[in-house]
Design a protein around this ligand. Structure first.
Ligand code: TUI
Length: 320
């Protein structure tokens, strides 16, 4: 059964589930598979050059007739070129991360594109609502990659109360219980990244999928706080080096140097020790590789089950 919210209507999808646009991980194959499963697939551009992104967009258009999105990481030196390209290509949706996309909203709207920024604070949510964005993704610090300061549990209801546009919850959500909880907090959709890293169609290196599957509850850590861009990654040799640097208060440019190319090294080359394995706290809850379509089916039926059970007075929502 479909789940109808303002998000599923806005994005013309069966289920209000977005696949996080993860750099070097969310490629055209995954995006097409998520679309087939009834969710919204999102290509991750990260810091990749324009040519890489162009190839992904062209491939996604060949692989699927469903709407899809592209995530633009606003710290990327290629962000502006990528946004101009996306306006020309008229992709259905643009999500943004790691910054304020306010100055691009009109240009994207003129091209008929829905604009959905990721935010981690109420102040930015309110500011962006005034620019006319279509929806917001409220991302808590449980997520992988670049993180804010508030948990999903605290952030989502505060943003829901502060804005009129529909809100999508992200960070710490990987199953039906998480989706149901997000809906209870007032969100009208969820975005999941880590669970989709272990989708069969996700093209990241198998060693990284294994690492996520083996991860336990305390296996992620936030590094890079002194740079102003804290990033959650799975613990490995690189994470230990970052943490050592933080203890000796080294200069920010040393962090930048150590970080260059590390995400690609993990996701594409499968370097589990010296790559930056950006993954969320729910890594410990991801236990197998499954087709994206099954992931979506399981999450939706799990959410429907716990909501119905609780409505009927059965108050335990174990493992849905
Ligand atoms: O963007 C993400 N997650 C990411 S981006 C990434 S690649 C990267 N490369 C170099 C440095 C850092 C990251 C890996 N993972 N998530 C969305 C997100 N955006 N989370 C938090 C924010 C955010 C933070 C501050 C959005 C806006 C913001 O605004 C600052 C301002 O300008 O007001």
């Amino acid at each position: 059964m479909a789940i109808k919210t303002r998000i599923s209507e806005l994005l013309k999808i069966d289920y209000p589930i977005l696949q996080g646009g993860m750099a070097w991980a969310s490629t055209a194959e995954l995006v097409a598979a998520v679309g087939k499963g009834g969710g919204l697939g999102i290509i991750g551009s990260g810091q990749a050059p324009l040519e890489w992104l162009q190839e992904q967009v062209y491939r996604a258009k060949k692989l699927t007739d469903k709407p899809f999105g592209v995530n633009v990481m606003l710290l990327s030196p290629y962000a502006e070129d990528i946004l101009n390209f996306l306006a020309r290509e008229k992709v259905a949706v643009v999500t943004t991360g790691a910054g304020n996309p306010g100055k691009y909203v009109n240009m994207l709207h003129d091209a008929g594109i829905k604009v959905i920024p990721v935010v981690s604070s109420v102040a930015l949510a309110k500011r962006l609502e005034r620019t006319g964005v279509d929806a917001l993704i409220a991302e808590g610090l449980e997520s992988g990659g670049h993180v804010g300061e508030l948990t999903t549990m605290a952030l989502v209801p505060q943003i829901v109360d502060a804005v009129q546009v529909p809100v999508i919850a992200a960070g710490g959500i990987c199953d039906g219980r998480g989706m149901a909880a997000a809906l209870m907090l007032g969100a009208e959709g969820v975005q999941m990244g880590t669970r989709f890293m272990c989708a069969a169609e996700c093209t990241i290196h198998e060693r990284i999928k294994e690492m996520v599957i083996k991860a336990k509850d305390r296996d992620t850590v936030v590094t890079g706080r002194p740079t102003g861009h804290p990033v959650r990654i799975l613990k490995n040799k690189l994470a230990r080096q970052f943490l050592e640097m933080e203890e000796c208060c080294r200069a920010s440019d040393e962090f930048e140097k150590l970080g260059v190319g590390r995400l690609r090294l993990a996701m594409v080359d499968g370097d589990v020790e010296m790559g930056s394995v950006m993954a969320g706290q729910v890594s410990a809850m991801v236990s197998e590789i499954q087709p994206a379509e099954s992931i979506i089916r399981e999450v939706v039926s799990g959410a429907q089950k716990v909501i119905t059970d609780i409505y009927n007075g059965k108050v335990s929502a174990r493992s849905c």
